[in-house]
Unconditional design. Sequence first.
Length: 720
Amino acid sequence: MGFRSSRPARTDGEQLRLALAAARMGTFEWDLTTNSGRMSPELEAIHGLAPGEFDGSRDMMVELVHPDDREEFLAGFARAIADAGRYDTEFRIVLPTGEMRWRTAVATIVTDGNGTPARIIGVGQDITDRRLAEETLAEAQAKYRRMVEQLPLVTYVESLDAESALYISPQIEELCGYTAEEWVADPHFFGKVLHPDDRDHVLGEFANTHLTGDMYDGEYRIVAKDGRTVWVHDVAVRVRDADGNPLYSQGYMADVTARHAAEQALAESRAQLEQRMREIEHQALHDSLTDLPNRTLFHDRVDQALRAARRAGGSVCVMLIDLDRFKEVNDTLGHASGDVLLQEVARRLRTPVRESDTVARLGGDEFGVLASGVATADDAIVLAEKLREAVAKPIAVGGLSLEVDSSIGIAVAPDHGADVETLIRHADVSMYVSKRTHSPAVYSPETDHHSRVRLTLVADLRRALERGELIVYYQPQACATTGAVRTMEALVRWEHPVHGLLAPDQFVPLPEQTGLIRPLTLYMLDAALRQCAVWRNAGYDLAVAVNVTGRDLLDLHFPEQVAAAIERAGVVPEALELEITETTIMTDAARARAVLEALSALGVRLAIDDFGSGHSSLGYLKRLPIDVLKIDRSFVMNMAQRTDDAVIVRSTIDLGHNLGLQVVAEGVETEEALAWLTELGCDSVQGYFLGRPQPTDAVEWIVRRLARRLPPPDERAASG
């Protein structure tokens, strides 16, 4: 059971909100994956909105900005995302009353595990008063420049071979406390009153301007008679006679101490804001009692670890740890003692794990451990025992020596789940097994009631393959410029008698884990090639594309099976395109290359599917017999909203063409995307704008209207 600290958890938050409100400041966060965000109530108040009135949409965000500032606001936003850097801007906002105000936005771009910007976290402040003051100051300075010859500035005249002035106006006394007489009497006076840190630099610059005749325009510090430091803006020019001969230097000095103080204060204020932003982000992602990552950060790190493991073909271990009978400590000794116990447990859990691993407090007396380097269940058990032993050592709490038992549930990806929710749920299932067995437990489907559904689906799928009950849907790929359909991608569906129509992601993982993936691949090859033969015999110049898995690509006998399927269907090898993902190729690069070369030798076309989503080596890919690059749909769908995705699409098209490959863009869902891709020179497109995956009879009209016709048989024979 969880517990709460005796100190109210809201104290820091209340203080922060009061401080933000007093400073006319508020916080905001923008999720780049959903293109939506939120404002704190303080920031909503700055915009004249009621708490919760901001709906989180991009449209409303832009509507709040003054129309004249929207273009630059969005451009700065895009630049910060593209550079994954810091966002710092000032712009005008329009209140619901019509009043115009100025505000700032200072934000940090937070990236995911791939370095891709994922969120923006920042602070906004109403700076209307400051801007008005700056505008007033700017107007005053403009008048100053127009009237400079009439204003009582400190003016001076100096010889070209002297350090101090020949003449200096009486206003020098008001500037730094020294009289004009004191200044002129000593030829080295100027050097003496210069600030020690500026002396050598300033005297060197003046000497250089005397030699070159250039104008001097600089700022430096003078130590006043009363010890004050005065910042001076000094401008000096060389005066020449009618023949152009240099006579002397003439200049003026102005006190700019206040401006420097303001700039220093502004710099310090920004530094404080940045520090506070870091603190706010830390508080949002860490447990206040133990300073461990909280549930949100733990889930994010597990997700990042899973992505990295998929790219590298590695494993990820997740453990959930629950303290047994912790409620007794709270009930007997009080929550303060319970807090001490949790803090010590948190410290001990860090000891057995590596620096790169994560220990998190998920809530109450539940902790989580993420160990990326644990490859097997046996290794996980060894680490879990170390964690259990570390926690079990007596802990001194409230004058008592307490021995703490713990239950540890373990799940290891990819065997026990390929996503965060599944992996943590399976670790939770095994933790309750641990409570019964009093020892660390690794997830087993036998202890999970959901596994019965899985086993039933596997048996049903085996029968469906044997009886030919799976359905093949087709999605067209068309020429970007002419719209002619060149290829139909074959996609499997399962009309299950109980669960209805199942999409691939609902059942394809089952054969990948149970050895049924090869029968499924051959089933799809035969079905797609038979349909291709029907279309081609009807006179349509069509090819079919079939997806190939990692197990297929690593089997040296697979090319023979493909050749047999082509022969059974009676089509030319060029009518078959096999799609392979980048990750599949890089699992065992040498073996995959051998299989790909054998397939290419048959005359089969080979395509890299979802290009850009994997982690392949371009240097290696260019040595493979690849014919087609298919750009991952995630980049195509986000081209209009994300500048970096548009750059990736453009670069991929150029890369493919430079390598002599055809380029296909997936995920084309709008006419705008099609026009953009056509302009970029993309060869073919595929997506919902052209047609969704549909059964054979539903795509027949597309074939009849958009597929190119084959030449008559006699012409084909002659050309052959």
